[in-house]
Design a binder for this molecule. Sequence first.
Ligand code: RRO
Length: 394
Amino acid sequence: MLATKVGGISFDCCVYNASGPKTNSIEALIKIGNTAAGAILSKSATLNAQDGNELPRFINKIDLGGNYCNGSMNSEGLPNQGIDYYINDEALSQIKKCNKPYIVSLSGLTLNDNLEMLKRIFNRPLDNINGIELNLACPNIVNKPVIAYDFDQLDEVLNEVSKLINSVKKKTPILGIKLAPYFDPSHFKKAIEIIIKYSVVKYIVTTNTIGNAMFIDAELECAAIAPRNGLGGLGGGYIKHTALANVYMLYKELVSNGRTDIDIVGVGGVHSGLDAFELILCGAKAAQLGTCHWTENGDCFKRVASELKQIMQNKGYNSIEDFRGKLKPYMKGSKQISKMSTTSNPKIQDGKSKSLLFIILPIILIIALIICPYISIDFAGLQNHYLLRIVKNN
Ligand code: RRO
C-alpha cells in the first residue's frame, strides 16, 4: 500500500529518514535499516572526515510554553566520517543485509570535492549503492553560500556532474539533488528551468532547513547555540508549511514543463501520517523524517507509516498514486486548518487534552459541592420573593 518509486528506485515504504540526525555512523544506518523506513540515507559526506562546528550546535524538543512544536534548529557544520567510510566494502556489506535501498548523501566543500566523491562511488559495486542525494543546500558552512540559492552556481555544478556521469561507461546510481527552501515564485521557476536541462537528475528532495534562524536565551541574554554567531538551520514543525509549498510549487513547475519523470521527495516537519499525506497530495513520492527521527528514534517510521496507511484506508485509497499530486484548489466551505492537521503529533495532543480533563473535572465537582448548599438557600429566597409578589398582585 505504501510502496513507491523514487527516480526509479523501488521502496517498500514511502517514509524514510532524512540525512542529518542519527545518520553519521554505519551503526546508526543499520539501526534505520532495522526499522520500517523504506530506505537508508547517510549523513551528507565530505571528501575527508570532519568534526563539524563547535558545541553546543543544535536545539530540539522546543517547548512553546507547554506544547512541543517538534521544531529544531542546528548548526552542525557537516560532521561526518568522510566519503570512504560510507562506501567501503565492510559498510556496504553490512548495509546490504538490511535489504533496503541505500542512498549516499554528498555535500562537498567544493565542486571538485563533489566530483571526486562521485568518482569514488562510481568505482563501487552498483548493486550496493542505489542512489546519491547531492546536497546543494547546507546552510551551516562558514563562508560557503548555499548553492541552491546561486542559480549560476547551481547550473555550473549540475553541468559538471552531468558531464561526469555521462562519461562513465557503466550504469551509475540514481541521482537526486537536495534543494534549499525557496520563497519567491520566480525562484521555483528558475530552479526547475535549470534542473530540467540535465537528464541525469532523476529526483529532487525539498526542502533542507531554513537557513540562518536564531534562538536566544533571554535570561542570559545570549545566543542559544555557539557556532556562526548563533545562526542555524530551522527545521521540524516550524517549516512544515514551507516544505508543503516547496513540494507543491516544484511539482507544478515540473508538470507544466512536461517533466513528471523527475520525482519529488518531501522533507520538513513530517511528524505524523497526516503530514506525510499532505506532502504526497502536493506531489511528493516519498517523505523523509528528520527532526522526528531525532527526537523519537527509529520507531517513528513505523508510527508515521501506519498513520498514513490508516488515513488512506479511511479514504479508500489503495496506493499513494491514487492521491499523489491531486491537491485541489481552495473550495468554499473548506476549513482554514483541518481539525486533523492542527497537530503534528495527534498522540501528544490527545494525551495532553485527556490529562487536562482529568484535572479540570474534579475541580468543577469540588466547587459544585461547596456552593451547593448556598444555591439551595438562594432558591428558597427566590421562591419566597416570588410567592410574596404573587400574593401582593392578588
Ligand atoms: O551538517 C549540517 O549542519 C547540516 C547540513 Br549538511 C544540512 O544539509 N542541513 C542542515 O540543516 N544542517
